[in-house]
Ligand binder design. Structure first.
Ligand code: DP6
Length: 372
């Protein structure tokens, strides 16, 4: 380390969008390494709407690791955070900034403490994949800071150990998380199927039905599903492998009919697996909330609106998908359809109505931004 070692702070800021799975990840075969029971495919959103911004800093004057999420200090004792940090530290390289007189050798990274500030511009843990953006951003920023030379796929295998879905946020556009075969997880990583320019007619509208924190976390929900749902086993072995092939083909050919049909079917099957879990999990509502039925009704009305519309047009115009929460992610085939979709949503749920639908976020697909 440099002579006047207490006087410097080195920092990197990165911004990472969240991703929405169109073929869902649900179930782990290894809880610690976060190895899934099936491949999954997602689309990465526009960072202007749903993203995490993280600044990571090191300084010899920091005496322990600290982290703030949305300006509130949080504990870093969790195994997932420590696993990601250890993996990046193992890959850290020498760093030198002659102008500022900073020199850090590989072995020094072990001794330097971190300060991390992370900010989500959307509700945390409300089923909008906040942990995906969060861990992807953290791993990306730490890798830059510590001068690790890994490529995005190798970084994705590290982000995966923070939160499974995070591995897909290391890329923009359409992304596949390959489940891998290696029981140590070396081949369980994300690859980009198509970049953000490939199918840029698509517009994503997110109808925020509830921004409250979900009651059953994805981690415990999927553990219970693995332990109790027979449908999950059938899905992982028989259904998803075929859907992955079909979805890759639909994305390659920009075939919206197949894309929408597969996306809706996979979302519905994921929620069917949740219902097949014992005790059943209902993610399309918020049971801690007295508007339980309103939330659920809102979700069903959105699904029914899209299904009826798609049928009346003779071919799908909009796809819907719901993650582990009641918020609807709606993918319109183009801008014109997105405008019609908003009109329909506003007609069914006028802003003054007593439903929970409180905002619409419109996004495009986009790329990982390195603001460092
Ligand atoms: C329904 O990645 O949040 O959004 O790996 O336990 O952190 P952990 O789970 P997480 O699960 C995401 C589940 C999902 C589907 C998906 O994103 O593929």
């Amino acid at each position: 380390m440099a002579e006047e070692s207490g006087k410097w702070v080195l920092m990197v800021t990165a911004q990472t969008p969240t991703n929405i799975a169109v073929i869902k990840y649900w179930g782990k075969r290894d809880e610690t390494l976060i190895l899934p029971v099936n491949d999954s495919i997602s689309v990465t959103l526009d960072p202007d709407h749903l993203c995490t911004t993280t600044t990571v800093a090191v300084s010899p004057s920091f005496d322990h690791d600290r982290m703030w999420l949305n300006a509130k200090e949080i504990s870093l004792s969790g195994g997932r955070f420590q696993n990601c940090l250890r993996e990046i530290r193992n890959r850290a390289c020498d760093f030198e900034d002659k102008e500022k007189g900073i020199k850090i050798e590989k072995k020094d990274w072990e001794k330097l403490h971190l300060h991390i500030a992370s900010y989500n511009n959307f509700p945390t843990a409300a089923g909008l994949a906040s942990s995906a953006a969060g861990f992807a951003c953290l791993v990306f920023a730490l890798a830059k800071l510590m001068n690790a030379k890994e490529d995005q796929s190798q970084l994705s295998a590290i982000a995966r150990q923070g939160s499974g879905s995070a591995c897909r946020s290391l890329f923009g556009g359409f992304v596949k998380w390959i489940m891998g075969k290696d029981e140590k997880g070396s081949d369980s990583l994300a690859v980009q199927l198509a970049d953000e320019e490939h199918w840029n007619d698509l517009v994503i509208v997110i109808a925020v039905v509830s921004s409250r924190q979900k009651e059953t976390s994805s981690t415990s929900g999927m553990r219970e599903s693995v332990e109790t749902s027979l449908l999950l086993q059938h899905r992982a072995k028989e259904v998803v492998p075929k859907r992955i092939v079909q979805m890759e083909e639909a994305i390659k050919n920009r075939d919206f009919s197949s894309f929408a049909q597969l996306t809706c079917a996979d979302s519905n099957q994921f929620h069917a697996v949740c219902l097949d879990t014992s005790p059943p999990i209902f993610y399309m509502n918020d049971t801690s909330h007295r508007q339980f039925s309103t939330n659920m009704e809102t979700c069903f009305r959105i699904i029914s609106c899209v299904e009826k519309w798609n049928r009346s047009e003779g071919s799908p115009q909009v796809a819907y998908t719901f993650d582990a929460g009641p918020n609807a992610v709606l993918i319109a085939r183009n801008k014109k359809v997105a405008a019609q979709l908003l009109q329909r949503l506003l007609f069914i749920f006028p802003p003054s109505s007593d439903t929970d639908l409180n905002s619409y976020v419109i996004g495009d697909k986009s790329i990982l931004h390195d603001a460092g």
